[in-house]
Ligand binder design. Structure first.
Ligand code: HEC
Length: 106
């Protein structure tokens, strides 16, 4: 009984120590890489597209892609990966992405 209690105390101590260590760590991401360009629709895209992966998945795509590509990409995130994007936001997001990272929006 006493042994068990001591073990729990040691574990609690280790957790407190780990917590203190974690809170002293500060990670700064370069703003360019961490987010999406400002613009109309940017906030919707940030809300819907950065929940599963980083913005780099989007920002590193070749720049020669048209609106249709971006629309298909948003649909793919919905259908293939289960992104919970409301249907009425697909166009706004695709338009923003095509304007910001492709050949232009509608
Ligand atoms: C539900 C999770 C989820 C959400 C939300 C999501 N994605 Fe993805 N995305 C993925 C996964 C999974 C991959 C594939 C990762 C891999 O292959 O390593 C991916 C890959 C990508 C790629 C790389 C090319 C490709 O087709 O694989 C792009 C571009 C992309 N996502 C754009 C978007 C955009 C734009 C949005 C918002 C409309 C979005 N993602 C939202 C899960 C998501």
């Amino acid at each position: 009984m006493i042994r068990t209690n001591t073990r729990w105390l040691a574990l609690a101590g280790a957790l407190v120590a780990a917590g203190a260590l974690a809170s002293s760590l500060k990670i700064e991401l370069p703003t360019e890489a961490a987010s999406l360009k400002p613009g109309s629709g940017a906030e919707i895209a940030k809300g819907q597209c950065l929940t599963c992966h980083s913005a780099e998945y989007i920002t590193t795509q070749p720049r020669d892609k048209p609106l249709a590509f971006w629309k298909a990409e948003v649909e793919k995130m919905k259908k293939a990966y289960g992104a919970p994007i409301p249907d009425d936001q697909v166009s706004a997001i695709a338009d923003y992405l095509a304007r910001s990272y492709g050949t232009g929006g509608s």
